[in-house]
Design a protein around this ligand. Sequence first.
Ligand code: NAP
Length: 240
Amino acid sequence: MSQIALITGASKGIGAAISLQLAKDGYNIWLNYRSDDEGAEKVAAAIRAKGQECTLLKFDVADEEAAENVLGPLLEKEVPYIVVNNAGFARDSIMMMMDSNDWNSVLQVHLNGFFNVTKPVVSRMLRKRTGRIINIASTSGETGVAGQTNYCAAKAGLIGATRSLAMEVAKRNILVNAVTPGFIETDMLSKLPVDQIKAQIPLKRLGSPEEVAGVVSFLCSDKASYITGQTIAVNGGIYT
Ligand code: NAP
C-alpha cells in the first residue's frame, strides 16, 4: 500500500503542484486547504487520475482545535511519511501602516500552522522512526523585504524552527528541511509588478510551482537521505 503525504494549502499554486508531484511519486495524498472547494476538488481529481488516493482535509491550519479535530481521528489509523507545511498568505504593508490583525494573521498561518499540523504528526512519526517534513519558507525570510515585516518574520521563524526540529528528531531518522522559493507564478503574485520583478531575477523569469515541487520531491526521496536541517533555495538566482 502507498505511503501518505500530507500537504497543507494545496487547493492551488505551489501546494497543488507538490501534491500532484508526490502523487506521481507514488504517495496517497491528504490534501489540506481552507476555502477553495472547487480548486481542491480539481486537484483531488487529478491525483486520482494518476491512480493515487486523495483525502480532502478542509481546515484553517492556524486553528489548533480545527487541526486536532480533523487530524486526530485519521492519525489513530495511519501516519503520513511526509508532511509539507505550505499553507500561507501575505498581508503586505509598511510597518507604520500595518494593523495588528495583519501582523498576527501572517504569523499565525505560517508559524502556528506549522506547529498545529506538525506536532500531532511528528509525535507519531517518532514511534515509527521514519518521516520527512518540508517547510515552505521564502527568499523573503532570508533577505528581508520592505513592506513585509510580518511575512519575513514568519518565514525567518519557520527556517529557525526547521533547524531546531531537525536536531530534535534526527536520531529517529526523521529529516526536516525548508525550501525557500523566490518569485513563483501563483495567485500570490497577482498584485505585484511582474515585469519589473523579472528584470531583477538573474534567470529573467518567474519560477513555476512545478519547479518548487521538484525540489520537494527530491527532499522526500531516498536520494536526500543525508540532508536535514537545511534550507534549499529555488529562486532563479535572486539571492545566493
Ligand atoms: P496561493 O496560490 O495563494 O495558495 C495558497 C494556498 O494556501 C491555498 O491553497 C489556500 O487555500 C491555502 N491557505 C491559505 N491560508 C490557509 C489556512 N489558514 N489554512 C489552510 N490553508 C490555507 O499561494 P502560493 O504562492 O502557492 O504559496 C504557497 C506557499 O509558498 C506559501 O506559504 C507562500 O508563503 C510560499 N511562497 C510563495 C511564493 C510565491 O512567489 N508564490 C514565494 C515564496 C514562498 P484556499 O485558497 O482554499 O483558502
